[in-house]
Design a protein around this ligand. Sequence first.
Ligand SMILES: *Cc1c(COP(=O)(O)O)cnc(C)c1O
Length: 385
Amino acid sequence: MLSRRIAERLRGCETPFYLYDMELLRQTVEAALAAAGRYGYRVHYAMKANNDRRIMAYIAASGMGADCVSGNEVRRALETGFAPQAIVYAGVGKKDSEIAYALEQGIFAFNCESKGELVVIDSIARELGVVADVALRINPDVDPRTHSHITTGLPENKFGISPQELGEVVEMSGDLHNVDIMGLHFHIGSQITDLEVFATLCAKVNAAYAWFAGKGFRITDVNVGGGLGVDYDTPDARPIPDFGAYFAVFAGGLELPASVRVHFELGRSLVAQCGELISRVLYTKVNGNGQDVALIDASMTELLRPALYGSRHAIENLTGAGAARTYTIGGTVCESSDIFARGLALPELRRGDLLSIKSTGAYGAAMASRYNLHDLPRALFSDEL
Ligand SMILES: *Cc1c(COP(=O)(O)O)cnc(C)c1O
């Protein structure tokens, strides 16, 4: 891991900050593109995972498209070098102003999540005198076997159009002259490590495509979303996800005419492992239960995932090498949930030791807040150090 190699140089840097390994990002993006390229698949970067301008500009230059979930994300994608025709726009609650902006920019397609949204897109497109290309986001009822907070394709989730409502949408769409339903979209969840789940998704995609084709729709694009997980437990052992195995599942499972373009929206799997949150030990103490507690200068405002869904990140003591002790690692914020780890064995921590919280390139900096009036975290890049 990068931080271990350059620990001495990091000692003088003000903490906390995100450290990005641009070489690992390059290798990861290349691995994904090579694996997708075998089947002619198109990859869009789900930029909500990390909207840092340098990272986005790198990915844009690699040739990937962008998957956006807000008007501001569309704007940043354009600013960082993604072509309008490489941008797809999903999001369960798009505002009118955001829809109008995306239409004016001429993005590739909207991933439309409800009947009501389709009507609004149609009316705004009519006002602007354009026809909006739309992929319908279908909620396929596939259990991704991941954390309940990052499940999006089950009937109880708020995302997508339910199979029950599809009939109505299709019936109504004949009257909407400013939308062209040219695509189908699916996204079932995140941090999916069981590839069988994607095989199940393929069967649903095939059925949906056949259903739409049977109704006379000319579906030119099918977007199967993202969700490929990463190894949070042993990131050093497996820094690059197995993209080959992932895309092979779709190549084996999708039954679509060769002319239909297949799109993916990868976020976490592209950027999680290239980022580390570097923090410094402020204080150590023993709590009322006799347990060692270390307070570090990062918190849930820099990295929300542990507090938000109890996620665990591997943590390394970069500067200490003494005998191991078992710690609760807490942040600086006045919330009991601001805990990064419990029962974690690390070489004895002393004030000033540097810690690396690993695999934080995705949904780390992007979720940072100014709660407690903290500054937003800085970013340092391996090729600038
Ligand atoms: C978040 C999201 C993604 C990316 O998910 P990852 O698990 O980070 O790959 C893709 N598509 C949509 C619609 C999303 O909301």
